[in-house]
Ligand binder design. Structure first.
Ligand code: AMP
Length: 217
């Protein structure tokens, strides 16, 4: 199965992607995670992407299309994958269509996670992850069961993203509305767009997504 999770920054794509990955045994491909790893490792891609990311702007199509094209060639993508944060422009969506057509694969569903802009700033500025296993948390909405200890792996090290600050969030939202929202009519026209209410509780959103996925098989 090939799935795209689409929605603004802070909609909960990463959280839900982790859950789908576990339940469906699909590998999660997050271009944001891949770019952050490239920046941390100081690769050529990382050097090119860093300034765009810090400004809350989209990295060039050429860079992200190249990353995804290489990644979906790997063995663990053979049984399908879940895209989180890609595509983000119509040019990326068209490039993905071409990549899949060349491999004789088809996109099964695009799930839009709909969230009000007003809720996103608090969601983004409060979020953090376990530095060891990447489990996501939030200062208010999703605390670890034991303060300061990851529920999943017991680590006591946590990290926050450099771009999860108020200034960058508004640029990221602008980029979403100007460049990514046009993908909604693009996929609607193909008849594969499903919408879930991303304002609901995390477990409720998971249930909505499971229902969508269940209706496909
Ligand atoms: P994310 O973790 O998905 O919020 O992505 C973090 C940042 O990485 C974004 O603000 C962009 O600068 C960059 N990025 C991630 N995915 C893409 C993409 N598909 N196209 C362009 N830029 C991207």
């Amino acid at each position: 199965m090939i799935i795209i999770l689409l929605g603004p920054p802070g909609a909960g794509k990463g959280t839900q992607a982790q859950r789908i990955e576990t339940k469906q045994g699909l590998v999660q491909l997050s271009t944001g995670d891949m770019l952050r790893a490239a920046v941390a490792a100081g690769t050529e891609v990382g050097k090119k992407a860093k300034a765009f990311m810090e400004a809350g702007k989209l990295v060039t199509d050429e860079i992200v299309i190249g990353i995804i094209a290489d990644r979906i060639d790997e063995d663990d993508c053979k049984n399908g994958f879940l895209l989180d944060g890609f595509p983000r422009t119509v040019a990326q969506a068209e490039a993905l269509d071409n990549m899949l057509a060349r491999k004789d694969l088809k996109l099964d569903v695009v799930i839009e996670m709909k969230v009000d802009d007003a809720a996103l700033v608090d969601r983004i500025t409060g979020r953090y992850t376990c530095a060891n296993c990447n489990q996501g948390y939030h200062d208010v909405n999703l605390k670890p069961k034991v303060d300061g200890v990851c529920d999943n792996c017991g680590s006591t090290n946590f990290k926050r993203r450099a771009d999860d600050n108020r200034e960058t969030v508004s640029s990221r939202l602008e980029a979403y509305h100007a460049q990514t929202a046009p993908l909604l009519p693009y996929y609607k026209a193909k008849g594969i767009l499903k919408v879930v209410d991303g304002m609901a509780d995390i477990d409720d959103v998971t249930a909505q997504i499971n229902e969508v996925l269940g209706s496909l098989s």
